[in-house]
Design a protein around this ligand. Structure first.
Ligand code: GLP
Length: 233
């Protein structure tokens, strides 16, 4: 594991961009992408660059269940708005949270990952250490699956919705096992409210209580942090 500490999220986003850029120069064809506020500075660096992604494939981590793709809180919408509208990929996959059969959609998504092995996976982290929507207790060998969101995640997301009742309680997420198959993983975390999760992830025991601690078992992980997120290390 490598830990890189930057002044702020803008420098962190630029550092993540540089790693992706050199990955592409060295033949990376598939990017694993994340949502949330954290990757936005990276996506800004990507959209303002002269890099071309039209020969590449992207595979997103997760999506809410039951939220139409044109809802501005859906991850389909977020990805179009922050990246794909400005920098289209040859093919972009986001889990289908509107599928009539979520289990079947999850199986299909695992096949997509199998067919498009992820060269560089971007991750954010939840305050409880979740990655994707793999909440504490998730098995480290889990593949794509339907998830019941914890109350703390529902509460954290409530600020984005007009009404708390509108916040989805379920999601479809790549599993920790799916994430660990990626060749290289960049976990980005900014701000003091991520400091406890980062400490537990990097310095704590490997435990399903802290889903991101599974990354200690992967041989090519880079943590890109700002000083606040790194402040408890
Ligand atoms: C959601 C997403 C995660 C993300 C997390 C943190 O739960 N499913 O992928 O890492 O939020 O979000 P933020 O980056 O806004 O702090």
């Amino acid at each position: 594991m490598k830990v890189e500490i930057y002044k702020d999220k803008n420098e962190g986003g630029q550092a993540a961009f540089n790693i992706i850029k050199s990955g592409i120069e060295n033949g990376a064809k598939v990017l694993g992408l994340a949502t949330g506020s954290t990757p936005i500075t990276l996506y800004n660096a990507m959209t303002s660059s002269d890099l071309d992604f039209s020969n590449m494939t992207s595979v997103n981590l997760d999506e809410y269940v039951g939220l139409p793709f044109d809802n501005d809180q859906s991850y389909h919408y977020f990805m179009k708005d922050n990246l794909f509208n400005k920098k289209p990929f040859k093919m972009s996959y986001v889990p289908d949270g509107m599928a009539a059969d979520i289990n079947a959609a999850a199986k299909e998504y695992d096949q997509i990952i199998e067919d498009n092995p992820i060269d560089v996976q971007i991750l954010g982290i939840g305050r409880n250490g979740h990655i994707g929507f793999n909440e504490p207790g998730s098995a480290f060998d889990s593949l794509t699956h339907e998830v019941d969101l914890t109350q703390s995640t529902i509460d954290a997301n409530a600020r984005f919705f007009a009404n708390e009742d509108d916040v989805p309680h379920k999601a479809i997420s790549m599993g920790i096992g799916s994430i660990l198959k990626s060749k290289k993983i960049l976990l980005l975390a900014y701000g003091e409210d991520k400091a406890d999760a980062i400490k537990a992830t990097i310095e704590g025991p490997v435990t399903t209580d802290v889903p991101a601690s599974a990354l200690q078992n992967h041989d090519d992980v880079i943590f890109i942090l700002d000083e606040a997120a790194a402040s408890k290390l």
